[in-house]
Write a protein that binds this ligand. Structure first.
Ligand code: NAP
Ligand code: ZN
Length: 353
């Protein structure tokens, strides 16, 4: 085992402070990565503050971070897919059992024996739970390490590892979006990636936002139209016209307002994960045979496909780069929906501590 610097929280109400954590030495199939950038996902905040306690309670100390980009500094003797010096990414998962039907189907995110990048029991016994990317380095099974296209800016690549795949996967799964009317609800980390992908796949993209000042940005990011969701008249004008809506809202909200936007056989897919249950009107779904689904990140194969797609189309996240020392202020701004459109932590800042 070796020690590496990190930022952790000691309880649900604590601020982040500098810490030192243990990592395992790379085993045969492991890749050791010096972390260069780590995105700040709203799931990090939900977890650090134990907002998902009823589903996934948090073990402290907690080191979040699952949008990791870095450089390979060490490999185990059996590693074949990555070499020292390679630029690589790690997302929300670091292990699965590889043998269950779900893994065989390349859907490791649903493996019952899977390991999340942070706050999962650590199968290697290095620590009580896994520790994420708000740290100097990480050691990960090579099968969960992704190749990063060489032409993309690394600070903007990091958020692709969660926000990117979480929006890419349901958009791809929906089918041919050419000319379809697609809504993206909430212009945050996930939402702004959803806009970029829906546009890249040929949809007519409409952003629903509670923040009027984000309108210009939404259009710049690729939206054709923007609806201020608090404007009832504007909402009514678009009622019943959407084929597909991606809901990325992180807090409780009236989902029926968006179900009403769908046309016949339209689908709304939840990727946002509010900590309290949403109230769904049966009638809103029945009339028009509409459906409501959920989606969780994506499998490793699909994550690589997404990264390659981003390389080919020069797609990255719009980021505000911060030093790790500003993580507490960043969380306060995240709660206020005040980030354009993802914080990306420059991990070089941790070295100077
Ligand atoms: P984020 O950057 O904070 O963006 C969320 C956006 O939702 C905000 O920018 C805001 O957009 C809107 N919003 C926030 N509170 C709202 C409210 N009370 N009413 C209406 N709109 C509100 O968060 P994120 O990182 O994109 O994550 C979004 C959610 O997805 C979180 O719950 C996160 O845990 C979850 N998530 C799920 C997966 C998955 O696999 N399913 C993966 C990653 C994250 P406007 O200002 O435009 O209104
Ligand atoms: Zn995430």
């Amino acid at each position: 085992m070796y020690q590496t610097k990190a930022y952790s929280v000691a309880s649900a109400s604590a601020s982040f402070t500098s810490d030192t954590i243990q990592r395992r030495e790379p085993t045969e199939r492991d890749v050791q990565i010096e972390i260069l950038f780590c995105g700040v996902c709203h799931s990090d905040l939900h977890t650090a503050r134990d907002e998902w306690s009823s589903v996934m309670p948090t073990t402290y100390p907690c080191v979040p971070g699952h949008e990791i980009v870095g450089r390979v500094t060490g490999i185990g003797s059996q590693v074949t897919s990555h070499g020292i010096g390679d630029l690589v990414g790690v997302g929300c998962m670091v292990d699965s059992d590889h043998i269950c039907p779900t893994c065989q189907d390349h859907q490791e995110q649903f493996c019952h024996n899977g390991t999340y990048t942070y706050n999962s029991p650590d199968k290697h016994g290095t620590a009580p739970v896994t520790y994420g990317g708000y740290s100097e380095s990480i050691v990960v099974d090579e099968r969960f390490v992704l190749r990063v296209p060489a032409n993309l800016d690394l600070a903007g690549v990091a958020p692709l590892l969660c926000a990117g795949i979480t929006t890419y996967s349901p958009i791809r799964r929906w089918g041919d979006l050419t000319g379809k009317k697609v809504g993206v609800v909430g212009l945050g980390g996930l939402g702004h990636m959803g806009v970029k992908f829906a546009r890249a796949f040929g949809a007519h993209v409409v952003v629903f936002t509670t923040s009027p000042h984000k309108k210009e940005d939404a259009l710049r990011l690729g939206a054709h139209e923007v609806i201020i969701s608090t404007n009832t008249e504007a909402m009514q004008q678009h009622a019943g016209t959407f084929n597909f809506i991606l809901d990325t809202i992180a807090a409780d909200h009236d989902i029926n307002a968006y179900i009403n936007m769908l046309g016949r056989d339209g689908n709304i897919t939840l990727v946002g994960a509010p900590d309290t249950p949403l109230q769904v009107s049966a009638f809103a779904l029945l009339f028009g045979r509409k459906s409501l689904s959920g989606s969780l990140i994506g499998g490793i194969e699909e994550t690589q496909e997404m990264l390659d797609f981003c390389g080919e189309h020069s797609i990255i996240s719009d980021v505000e780069i911060i030093p790790i020392q500003q993580i507490n202020q960043a969380y306060e701004r995240l709660v206020k929906s005040d980030v354009k459109y993802r914080f990306s932590i420059d991990m070089a800042s941790l070295k100077v501590e």
